[in-house]
Design a protein around this ligand. Sequence first.
Ligand SMILES: Cc1cc2nc3c(=O)[nH]c(=O)nc-3n(C[C@H](O)[C@H](O)[C@H](O)COP(=O)(O)O)c2cc1C
Length: 177
Amino acid sequence: MPCRTIPLQKTMARILVAYTTKKGSTAGIAEAVASTLQAAGHTADVFEIAKLVSLQGYDAVVIGGPLYMGRMDGSLVKFVQRHEQDLARVPVAGFVVCLAAAAKDPEGMAWATKALHDALAPLQPVVETVFAGKLDPEKLSWFQRWITKNVKSPVGDFRDWAAITIWARDLPGKMKV
Ligand SMILES: Cc1cc2nc3c(=O)[nH]c(=O)nc-3n(C[C@H](O)[C@H](O)[C@H](O)COP(=O)(O)O)c2cc1C
């Protein structure tokens, strides 16, 4: 009797998308990443880092946050330090949200890339990227408005949903989950 090869069914992964935000635009990107992973059949949970209790049961983790004054949020750095052992056991991907990407400023984007990389160290993410964010002057304090005006920050919502979806769609392959 001829032997028929039965294709192995691909197991779906449980992926955590953990983010920080001050004004909400990174939350929207984290949700879009999770939705794309869910559409591909994976289980994807989205949590603001401050509300995360445990990393147990996740096969991969995506970590993202915005850049403010050239730095990633301290809570993201602390999250990496606190969970370093668990995070070292799974594939990790990272993204930084900023306006340098909206302004297409190569120096600013290189700075953002380095800030993300340093914040995630000593983890070795399988992929790290920079996404353009959003600046809504109405949501800013007087001081923040003054700063962003001074450095001529672009104003508006520059989040590129197509680019975010493409990046998220490629994640499981890159993370090998
Ligand atoms: C006070 C302030 C400082 C910022 N500093 C930077 C910066 O250094 N580099 C940059 O590219 N974008 C900078 N941004 C833009 C933010 O990264 C962008 O608005 C991002 O989408 C905010 O994310 P959130 O809405 O999740 O907080 C700054 C924005 C503000 C209001």
